[in-house]
Design a protein around this ligand. Sequence first.
Ligand code: BG6
Ligand code: MG
Length: 225
Amino acid sequence: MIRAAIFDLDGVIVDTAKYHYRAWRRLARELGFEFTEQDNERLKGVSRGRSLEILLEVGGFGKEGAFSDVQRQQMADRKNGWYVEYVSGMTPAEILPGAVEFLREVREDGVRTALGSASKNTGIILDRLKIGGLFDAVVDGTMVSRTKPDPEVFLTCASMLGGGILPTECVVFEDAEAGVRAARAGGMHCVGIGSSETLREAELVVSGFAGVSWKGVKNQLNTVR
Ligand code: BG6
Ligand code: MG
């Protein structure tokens, strides 16, 4: 039986990847190189610090010592300042199609809901989207020490929901490969949001929530179990 549904934020509830991309591209241009949308795909679900490492690798600054730790921290902070500026202008109209309806259906079925995100900006985004009330628990990048594919964020969600919910009673909705792996590593069910080519480890993959019902998802999870 599924007792809890845990949702990733970026790419599942809202498309923030375009804002992350704008901010990372701005940093890359300051450093004198182009960062493409294809390069940006590698940053999905990845922590801010690791994202910076990947960006610097793309720019040819991959070697240890190319920048000091202080310089790297300053770069990550600059990028985040721009990102916060961009997401501060978001409105509920940017919530991905069908997500709110899906969350409501899950809750009406008596299933607890949680948000499990790597982002340290989760609070700002939830405020802008005005959907904080749809989650019984929120765990973000400020609350965990190990990032996805480690299952810590999702296991913390399950324990914060209380009621002794077991990992096997949780289903995670994720758009990033690292997130799908985190869910499976935690012993949870996982529905991929995106393409089944990249999200191979998910039990079921849908392209988004539009036209997808909780009842349908639940039935399919039961048949693949
Ligand atoms: C994830 C995004 O949800 O959060 C990543 O998919 C991002 O692209 C990560 O790097 C950390 O986000 P933030 O807001 O803490 O920089
Ligand atoms: Mg995501």
